[in-house]
Design a protein around this ligand. Structure first.
Ligand SMILES: C[S@@+](CC[C@H](N)C(=O)[O-])C[C@H]1O[C@@H](n2cnc3c(N)ncnc32)[C@H](O)[C@@H]1O
Length: 278
């Protein structure tokens, strides 16, 4: 820290105050807090994440991890900013396509409106993709609604805006890009007129509010459980069990491993699988 001061001769002097060194005490408490709140287990990556959280502390005026931890107990803005920092929102259109196509086939077998949730949806590509696949399938005649939820507020804002780079769309054909997107200034904006039955909300799957999202025929939860330890992966599956309609299906990502449980049966197809309620 430095400040300007006038000396007795009315000259401006720069006075430098000694900076208190950053105190690393309390780092584990911060990681425990994150895990307890959102399930994300940062302990295996603690050496990588430590520097990022330290920079976060300095930018927000905390000179120790302990001070950040104390603030997290009551300051929801700081809590959300930290969650936004530590969650990985990597996703793209048409990711793990065979599984999505299988879900579309299943959607055709459901009667009345098909309710689908992507928990998590990150920046929305998965939600728009499923909607596009249902629209492109000439044999799908049901109504449908798709909800995308994620803990990260910045990701949800991006999902609602629906503006993407070429990189997010790298799996799409030129025809799909032309039909569903408006191409402007090197960016692709989804044509919202096609996506009236798509909704995004910021929700933590471990909070009570998640249970109020509704009941679903299809739950996609791809590439989130990989960030949880076994206990939280099981807790997440319990949450999905609560919101899955009878006869509905849960689709996870290829790397998402489900601990032994008596809630679901696993069914394989090709190199992929889905889960139904036992
Ligand atoms: C890698 S993205 C997966 C996105 C998409 N499903 C896919 O596979 O392409 C993982 C997302 O999980 C979200 N997430 C982590 N913990 C969460 C929680 N407790 N509740 C809701 N979302 C969470 C993160 O914010 C992140 O956007």
């Amino acid at each position: 820290m430095f400040f300007r001061k006038k000396n007795p001769k009315n000259e401006i002097e720069i006075v430098v105050e000694p900076v208190e060194p950053f105190n690393v005490y309390g780092f584990s408490d911060v990681l425990h807090f994150i895990k307890r709140e959102i399930g994300v287990d940062l302990f295996p990556k603690k050496y990588i994440i430590e520097t990022r959280i330290k920079v976060f502390c300095e930018e927000n005026g905390f000179n120790s991890f302990k001070k950040l931890f104390d603030e997290l107990q009551y300051n929801n803005d700081i809590k959300q900013k930290l969650i936004n920092l530590v969650t990985v929102n990597e996703t793209y259109f048409y990711r793990e396509l065979p599984q999505l196509l299988e879900a579309v086939e299943f959607a055709k077998t459901r009667e009345s409106t098909v309710n689908i949730i992507c928990a998590p949806c990150a920046t929305g590509e998965e939600v728009y993709t499923i909607s596009m696949l249902l629209k492109e399938d000439k044999n799908f005649h049901n109504n449908y609604e798709i909800k995308g939820i994620d803990i990260n507020t910045e990701a949800i804002t991006k999902a609602q805006q629906g503006i993407y780079t070429e990189r997010s769309l790298h799996k799409l054909t030129p025809e799909l890009k032309n039909r569903y997107f408006i191409h402007e200034n090197n960016m692709y904006k989804v044509d919202q007129s096609y996506f009236q039955n798509v909704k995004f909300m910021q929700v933590n799957i471990f909070e009570n509010r998640f249970g109020d999202c509704g009941k679903f025929d299809i739950i996609f939860s791809r590439n989130m459980l990989i960030y949880f330890d076994e206990e939280f992966r099981l807790n997440a599956m319990k949450r999905f069990h609560e919101i899955l309609k009878p006869g509905g299906r849960v689709y996870l990502g290829h790397a998402d491993i489900v601990p032994e449980n008596n809630l679901f049966d696993k069914h394989g197809f090709g190199s992929s699988c889905y889960y139904t309620k036992r």
